[in-house]
Structure formats: structure tokens, C-alpha cells
Design a protein around this ligand. Structure first.
Ligand SMILES: [Fe+2]
Length: 398
């Protein structure tokens, strides 16, 4: 191991299926994230793509150091994943209320809850922990919320999915971590699924596991599919409502019509593979937002492939939103089953670096205004596009 880096498995909750998490998540000791040598970085980069999530505990990290760390993974990138200071100008976007830029490092955003005073050049900032109540079609009753019932707010990767390319990594640094009783995530989708989590845990799932547990016909579909995202997708769905699991959106015709969106160009609309190839392991990770996807383009089966039982064997261009979302839900819902979720139990001064092109994550929990939470988030719009399955992958999985 390079220069004293110590690699320790992360502790998993009792709810987790340990076998499914064998390769997921490592705590890194023996190196400060702000003082990494080139050799150490080479090692950390390999570890990140292999294990999806790296945790540094009890570290002091300045916004400058956090930006510098994120940039090591993509050295020519300089812009925050949603563009520097772009979110502050798009009041209709669902992200507008949740992120505040740090003035001297615009690639680093303050997220959290309650009021922060004299924070890195921000005199007084009101932060609001994202809540399912403003985003899901249905809400948990106030009474049940008081008793600790909560939901996944929104399963996502950090990506604009219009114009700017999905960041390779996200760094998330917990400064003030509110303490309180554990809460119970309710899925409320008729399955009875529930998951107990620490207060305001960030929940992660592996895009690799999402792919690995699919039945053969959905693996075949996934490796042949590309997803076309709507223009300005976060504004497009600002008028629609999400499913109670936070995975996907209800189809009720509530999306903002394209001609009412801010001006957009077809050339900036993103069509991305449904399965993204890990640059180190070669594994495929399902990485898609069921709520920003507008269309699916399916390639036909190769001529030599078995057609029996195949979905869309002749290929398809699926533009019916309900059908698009039903397919994505079928592919992604199994992956958020309670044993497949890693809810991170934050401590103050935890820094998490995660493979944003290999995992999905969600905020959880209900916080009161006095439960102050301050976190710094940094990810950078990537310099290259995610790579989809290659010819061998397609031959293997169709
Ligand atoms: Fe995020």
C-alpha cells in the first residue's frame, strides 16, 4: 500500500446483506485528504473505483482542499457539477433551495439545515434539509413524522444531465452533524419495506449491484439501452411529484412543457448509456435518473443472440413517459431493498468521497430548524462522457 495508507472496511448496519457489500466502501487512514502525494493519489483513485466509497474520519478539510481533492480525479475540470454559480440563478430548479455556494471557492457548496452564521464568508445562511414532503406525491403524516418515520427523499447521482457531464466523484464533508434518535424509512409502496437509519443519514446503493441482481432479460435490455434526458431536467420535473420510495417519479402529465422551460438547445441534451463501465474494474453500473429520463433508445439484439424471452429484440425508441419510467423502475427498485442500502452514520469531520458514476445516493430524515446541519459538497462537471458497455459486455449479457 502506498506510503502508509491504511484501508479498513466500513462498518455496515445489521440490516445490510454483507455479501453484497463485500467490495463496497473503505475507510482510509494514515493520510490527510489535503496532503496526498501523487503515489498516494494513484492508490486512492484505484481504491475509489474498486470500492465505490472512501471515508476519511475526523479530518479538518478547508473548501480549497476539498476542491483540490475533487479535481485530482479529473484534473482539467473547473466547474461545479451544475455549473459555477448557475444554481443561484435558476429559481425554478428543484435544487435552488438546497445549495449555497461558498464565495471564495464556487465549486464548493454549503448544504444542510437551520441557520449558519459567519460560515466561510457567508454571514447568515438559512439552510433547509430536503424533505420528502415537498417532492413526493404522498407524505407521511405529521404525527408519524414526529414519531420518527421518514423516507428517502430522492435517489440520484450528482449530475446536471444537461450540457454539463456527470461528475466522476463527489466529496461530501460533514461539519455540523445533528444528533438525535434514529428514524425509520418507510417505503410506502405496498411492500411493507422499512429501514432504520441514523438521523439524517446519507443513503447509498451500488450501481453495480443494481445491474448484478437483474434478471437476464433486463440485463440484456440495460446493455442495449441509452437514456435521453429532458432538457433542463430539474426544472422540467419541478412541477411533478416523486414516488414514495424516492426512486422515480409519478406519471401524471405534470412535467413542465418543453416550450415553457428556460431556452435550451438540442445539442446540450444528454443521451447517456443506461449502464456505465467502471474505468478500473470494467464492471457495469446502472446509472440513470428515472425522473430526468424522457426517452429510451434500445439497440436491436445482435444477430447471433437468442431472441427467446428478449425485451425489444428489434430495438426501440421508447417515448411514452409511462413506459420509460416503468422500465427504469423495474430495473432500479430492486436495488433499494433494505439489505442493499448503506446509510452512512455521520460523525463530525467525516469526509466521504464517492464514485458518482458508480453509486446512487439519497438524503434521508426529518430535521427541525434548530437541528443545524452544515456540510460541504464538491463535485466537478466531468471532462469526458461516461462509457457504456463494450462489444464484449453486450455479447456476454444479451
Ligand atoms: Fe447529491
Amino acid at each position: 500500500m502506498a506510503d502508509g495508507i491504511e484501508v479498513v472496511p466500513i462498518s455496515l448496519p445489521p440490516s445490510a446483506d454483507i455479501a453484497k457489500f463485500a467490495d463496497f466502501g473503505r475507510e482510509i487512514r494514515g493520510v490527510h485528504p489535503g496532503a496526498i502525494s501523487p503515489e498516494q493519489f494513484e492508490e486512492l483513485e484505484r481504491l475509489l473505483y474498486k470500492h465505490s466509497l472512501l471515508l476519511f474520519r475526523n479530518v479538518d478539510v478547508s473548501p480549497e482542499q476539498q476542491y483540490a481533492l475533487a479535481q485530482k480525479f479529473d484534473p482539467t475540470s473547473e466547474s461545479f457539477g451544475h455549473g459555477n454559480r448557475k444554481l443561484e440563478n435558476d429559481k425554478k430548479s428543484i435544487l435552488y433551495p438546497t445549495l449555497k455556494g461558498i464565495p471564495r471557492v464556487p465549486q464548493v457548496y454549503l448544504v444542510g439545515n437551520g441557520t449558519a452564521y459567519d460560515h466561510e464568508g457567508l454571514r447568515e445562511v438559512m439552510l433547509k434539509h430536503p424533505s420528502h414532503t415537498s417532492w413526493h406525491k404522498t407524505s407521511i403524516s405529521q404525527e408519524d413524522q414526529e414519531k420518527g418515520a421518514t423516507r428517502f427523499v430522492r435517489w440520484h447521482m450528482d449530475a446536471a444531465l444537461y450540457d454539463l457531464l456527470p461528475p466522476k466523484v463527489t466529496t461530501l464533508y460533514g461539519i455540523n452533524v445533528p444528533q438525535g434518535p434514529r428514524q425509520t424509512i418507510r417505503y410506502d409502496d405496498g411492500t411493507g419495506d422499512e429501514l432504520e437509519v441514523p438521523l439524517a443519514a446519507t443513503a447509498f446503493i451500488s450501481g453495480k449491484t443494481t445491474f448484478d441482481i437483474l434478471p437476464p432479460e433486463l440485463k440484456s435490455l440495460a446493455v442495449r439501452s441509452r437514456v435521453k434526458n429532458a432538457p433542463h431536467p430539474y426544472t422540467w420535473i419541478s412541477t411533478a411529484k416523486a414516488k414514495s420510495t424516492g426512486m422515480g417519479i409519478e406519471t401524471e402529465g405534470l412535467e413542465m412543457p418543453y416550450d415553457q422551460l428556460p431556452p435550451w438547445e438540442e445539442s446540450k441534451v444528454q443521451i447517456l448509456p443506461m449502464a456505465w463501465k467502471n474505468p478500473v474494474t470494467g464492471h457495469l453500473h446502472i446509472q440513470v435518473h428515472g425522473w430526468t429520463a424522457a426517452e429510451i433508445l434500445v439497440d436491436p439484439l445482435p444477430e447471433t443472440a437468442e431472441r427467446q424471452g428478449a425485451l425489444y429484440p428489434d430495438g426501440a425508441h421508447i417515448t411514452n413517459l409511462q413506459e420509460v419510467r416503468d422500465i427504469l423502475h423495474k430495473i432500479q427498485r430492486p436495488a433499494i431493498a433494505p439489505p442493499l442500502v448503506y446509510p452512512h452514520d455521520w460523525r463530525a469531520n467525516d469526509l466521504i468521497v464517492f464514485h458518482n458514476r458508480g453509486v446512487m445516493h439519497s438524503v434521508t430524515g426529518n430535521l427541525k430548524p434548530e437541528q443545524v446541519r452544515t456540510y460541504h459538497q464538491c463535485n466537478l462537471a466531468a471532462s469526458d462522457r461516461p462509457v457504456g458497455p463494450d462489444v464484449e459486455d453486450i455479447a456476454k449479457w444479451v
